[in-house]
Every structure is written in C-alpha cells, then in structure tokens.
Design a protein. Structure first.
Length: 354
C-alpha cells in the first residue's frame, strides 16, 4: 500500500514512503509508488488549486511537470531530511513583497530594534513554557510543589531577560541571553520528562541524532515548523538569512531561528500529547547509530496530529477566531510592517499555545 498522506485544509501533500512518486496526469498531481513486481500502486489525483504545499521526504521523487504545475500555482515544494529538517525548497522567483522590507530589516539587525525584538521573542518563548507547565500542574496535584518551583525559576529567567538594560545586541549580551534561554530550556524539558510515563522519560534535548524516541518526534516537529516559519517570513517579504539574535553564520537562516522561538511550544504540546495519550509505540521509530529516527508510520502519526493542531483548530487571537497557521503568517506580516515603521507603535506578540 502507498504510505504517503494527503492533509486537507487547503491540503498539503506529504510524501514520506521510499519510492513514492509525484507526477502530473490530466493536469492534476498524481501520486504513485512502484511495487516489487514492477506495477504501480494506488494513484491519487489531486487538483493543483486544492494544494497549499508539497513535502517530500528521503527516497521520494517528483517530475519536472509536477514542479512546473506547482510553480504556476504558487505551491511551495519542501525537501525534508529524515529528521524533518528542511533541506531545501523550490518556489517561484518572485519576492513576497517590496525590497524595502529587506533593506530595513538589515538596518534593524544592527540597531536597537534587534534588542527589542529579541527580548520579545525570548520572553514569549519562556512565558509559553511556563504556561504549559501551569497547564500540566492542573492535573498533577501530587507534583504541585515541584512544578511550582520550576515555573518560578523559568519566570525568573524571563524577568532577567526583560531587565537587561542594554540598547544593542553586543556579543556579551547575546551570550547572556543564550545562557538564560538555555537554563530555562533545561528546566522545562526536565519537567516534560518527569511527567511522562516512565517508559518515555528522557535526559534533556538531543538532536542529530535524537537519543530517544521523544526527541525523535520533537526534532521532526521542529524541522517542519522551521519550514513553515521560513515560508511565512518569505511571504511577508523578509529575508530568512538576516537575523538578530542568531547572527551571520554561513548559510544559516538566522531570522528563522529567531522568529520561531515563541512558536516552539506548539510542537512541544503536540508531541507531548501524543506520548501522554499513549498514541506512540516503539514501532513508530527506528534505531540508528547513536539514537532513533521516525519511520513512515511515526511521521504519519505526528503529521496528522500536527496539521490538525495548526490548520484545523481555531483559537481566539487578537479578537478574532484564527488557526495557528494563519497566526504565524499574520505575525510575520506584522513584524514586516513594524520593520517598515508603518504600525505606529510596537505591539508585542502574544502567542497562545492552549
């Protein structure tokens, strides 16, 4: 059976089975997989007008006609590594907006606006972490003291970031911010591990490779979120490579790593819910040298829950009902307008994870 999945909403085509092939038939996307006997497995015809993006995992392929159909319909094609990290993308060559946004972005990265936005992104990230623990605390009275202590410590890190009285992001300030963020992160993931079923408890964050199944799921979820953030920034006319806190390393998408911080809790919550809800088994991940990686069944389990959370669930945001995916794009456009000085005043992001 062909094990790729189509996510409706406007849909994403997510191919993650080795040998899956995307081509064009009758002016529609057609998904197939060659069987051991040489025949082709079940095909799925999808109209281009219904597709938002195409995600291709290792061992999958597409035709030049499929690329052309995607480009003509402004469909994003993303190539994912096995751990979910975006390896590259094919998209049309037009800018998402005026080049003036990118010029102002570069100027902002070297003045006080860099410090202002970095403080917003990091404090919101830590607030979301503390809020997640508060939510966990409601259902775990036996751990109230422990969880309250961790919330208090993370809040202290957030307060320390807010209290930094520095107008610019000097190397010293960047080091301090990374230290505070890292300390909060260690406390946060200690909590997530402690409230997990004993079989799934883990020792902190790990990647490349994940040393446990939980981190394998989380790495894939973060990788997909990186691709979503990059797309939102590009649509808003921003340069993913010109960041503020994460600086100018070679081929490093600094702004993606800056902008993603408040939204990481979305990935955390989806992955944690799958584990705490006993949806995950050892069969969803494969052992590799030094750790684990998600297999096709694990990716399917994660992406079905993840896309429902991002694309289908409605939450109240700034007085309107929105999906989390639309919030990400809205906030990217708001940030671009702030960079241009068009909003009139700076408005903090307020990303809810519940």
């Amino acid at each position: 059976m062909l094990n790729c999945f189509i996510l409706n909403l406007k849909m994403q085509l997510h191919l993650n089975t080795y040998g899956a092939y995307l081509h064009v038939k009758d002016a529609m996307f057609d998904i197939r997989k060659k069987q051991p006997d040489g025949s082709w497995g079940s095909a799925s015809g999808v109209a281009a007008q219904k597709v938002k993006s195409i995600w291709l995992g290792p061992g999958t392929a597409l035709s030049s006609d499929a690329v052309a159909l995607a480009l003509r319909n402004n469909i994003d094609i993303v190539f994912l590594e096995n751990n979910g990290q975006p390896l590259g993308r094919v998209w049309h060559s037009k800018l998402g907006s005026t080049t003036r946004i990118r010029k102002n972005q570069l100027e902002a990265s070297m003045d006080s606006r860099a410090m202002y936005w970095t403080r917003i992104w990091l404090t919101q990230k830590l607030e979301n972490q503390a809020d997640f623990i508060r939510d966990l605390k409601k259902h775990r009275p036996q751990q109230h003291v422990y969880l309250s202590e961790r919330i208090e410590k993370i809040e202290a890190m957030k307060t320390a970031i807010t209290a930094l009285d520095e107008p610019m992001l000097s190397d010293t300030v960047v080091g301090t911010l990374h230290g505070l963020e890292g300390t909060a992160g260690r406390l946060y993931f200690e909590v997530l591990s402690s409230v997990m079923p004993s079989a799934w408890q883990f020792s902190g964050r790990s990647s490349r490779p994940a040393v446990d199944v939980f981190n394998a799921f989380l790495n894939y979820a973060y990788g997909v979120l990186y691709a979503r953030v990059e797309r939102s920034l590009m649509l808003a006319g921003l340069d993913p490579y010109v960041g503020f806190l994460h600086r100018d390393d070679y081929n490093y998408k600094s702004l993606v790593y800056d902008f993603i911080e408040p939204y990481r809790a979305w990935a955390d919550k989806v992955v944690f819910t799958l584990f705490s809800g006993k949806k995950v088994t050892q069969g969803h991940a494969d052992a590799i040298t030094g750790g684990f990686t998600l297999n096709s069944e694990g990716k399917k389990l994660l992406m079905e829950a993840y896309n429902k959370y991002l694309e289908a669930e409605i939450i109240r945001y700034k007085g309107r009902n929105r999906t989390r995916a639309s919030i990400l794009l809205l906030d990217a456009h708001r940030f671009a307008q702030e960079i241009l000085g068009k909003s009139g005043e700076n408005v903090e992001l307020n990303v809810e994870i519940i």
